[in-house]
Design a protein. Structure first.
Length: 128
């Protein structure tokens, strides 16, 4: 698949990570699109190619999506005894109930709107 074909939907980086769960494992959603999410975590998630369920609550209600683990990489290695590695994992959204799908679309839309540059430099005020 060409790179231009791969990214069919807008992806947004969230200004604040959203606490979520992949099964029983706590994670933080750090970016999202209607077709996938990236999560940060310290505990092991299922292997690449495995199906899982991601659940989190956003301002307008709960979001539950069935996903496939696409990739996992070490983001930060533990530097001291007792610390854990931090991982970034990409999840491809495979299915969601109607409400979860609508809420995920709204989340992406809201944060995409906030990320767009404002006309005239964004201050809208007098430049004198």
């Amino acid at each position: 698949m060409l790179a231009s074909e791969r990214r069919q939907f807008q992806r947004v980086t969230l200004p604040q990570p959203i606490r979520a769960f992949v099964g029983p494992v706590p994670v933080y959603v750090v970016d999202a699109s209607v077709s996938g999410l990236r999560v940060v975590h310290q505990n092991a998630l299922p292997n690449v190619g495995t199906l899982c369920r991601l659940m989190f609550h956003w301002d307008i209600g709960p979001i539950t999506v069935d996903c496939e683990v696409v990739h996992t990489m070490v983001h930060r290695r533990a530097s001291a005894a007792g610390e854990k590695n931090t991982f970034h994992t990409g999840l491809r959204v495979l299915a969601a109930d109607r409400q979860s799908e609508q809420r995920l679309r709204e989340l992406v839309h809201v944060f995409a709107s906030k990320a767009r540059p404002k006309p005239n430099g964004g201050n809208g005020g007098d430049h004198s």
